[in-house]
Design a protein around this ligand. Structure first.
Ligand code: PAF
Length: 284
């Protein structure tokens, strides 16, 4: 049975009861509009923990002015059906005032990691994410929390804050779930019109080309970034935000690819901003 609660006291009671039964608690933080990507996180949590909490909260502090906060899809009834079907134990869907009461003044920032890639185009975004995730961790106190690789920078920032603030939980980064043609699942894909949707596969295709080039021995990040940028800017309707090849650990540029490497792109189609990435392990 999936219980739906909206207050912090109710979450803490339910989680407390689970812990009394020696159940390991897993948390899947979401903004709702659940799709197969979220389902894969819920399934990972179900496989590894005994009490699965899904939070559903469209977090206002991670949207900048002019971003899609007001039109972000809110589909609670459908989301609840998915959670019931997937055997989620508890859904926490708080009101904005519960998370951010009028006297709220504290924010969490993960410097450096928040300042690159999506950071410059979305000022304040990662501060909002880090703050709400930190609050959710404190409210739910999970043993494990689950995030998708599609938002790799977000997941890396959360890993960093968990380490830096000594939060007692593990962060799992689960594989990106894709449509048959490679488009990474995202709640924002529904904003794309038919033409934009078909051109949006350029993100996946260009990332795969870079992967193949690295497998053939290319180690120059600048050449790979140039390839990504050329492919994306040649696509009708695509406006490149960034195409970057960086260390997956530090998110810094490398003179020559080595170790765990992140290849990441952000592209706008009309008002819709899409991101995607691949992770590569690069030897000498
Ligand atoms: O990835 C998301 O859906 C959100 O950024 C998150 C982690 C739920 C925080 O609001």
């Amino acid at each position: 049975m999936t219980a739906l609660v909206s207050t912090i006291a109710e979450v803490q009671q339910a989680v407390g009861r689970a812990r009394d039964r020696n159940l390991k608690v897993g948390l899947v933080p979401t903004m709702g509009a659940l799709h197969a990507g979220h389902v894969s996180l819920i399934r990972a949590a179900r496989a590894e923990t005994g009490f699965v909490v899904v939070s559903i909260f469209v977090n206002p502090t991670q949207f900048g002015p002019g971003e899609d906060f007001s039109r972000y899809p809110r589909t609670l009834e459908v989301d609840l059906d998915i959670c019931r079907r997937e055997g989620v134990d508890l859904v926490f869907a708080p009101a904005a005032e519960t998370v951010y009461p009028a006297d709220f003044h504290t924010y969490v920032e993960v410097h450096e990691l928040q300042d690159v890639l999506c950071g410059p185009s979305r000022p304040g975004h990662f501060r909002g994410v880090a703050t709400v995730v930190c609050k959710l961790f404190n409210i739910v106190q999970p043993a494990v929390a689950y995030f998708g690789q599609k938002d790799f920078q977000q997941a890396r920032i959360i890993q960093q804050l968990v380490g830096d603030l000594n939060l007692p939980l593990e962060v799992r980064i689960c594989p990106t779930i894709r449509e048959a043609d490679g488009l990474a699942l995202s709640s924002r894909n529904r904003y794309l019109n038919g033409e934009q949707r078909s051109h949006a596969t350029v993100l996946y295709r260009s990332l795969q080309e870079v992967k193949a080039a690295v497998e053939k021995g290319e180690r120059d990040p600048v050449a790979l970034q140039r390839h990504l940028a050329e492919r994306i800017t040649a696509t009708p309707g695509a406006i490149l935000d960034y195409a970057e090849v960086r260390s997956a650990e530090t998110l810094r540029t490398q003179p020559r690819l080595q170790g765990d490497v992140l290849v990441a792109v952000a592209v706008k189609f009309g008002g819709t901003r899409l991101i995607d990435n691949v992770l590569l392990q690069v030897g000498d």
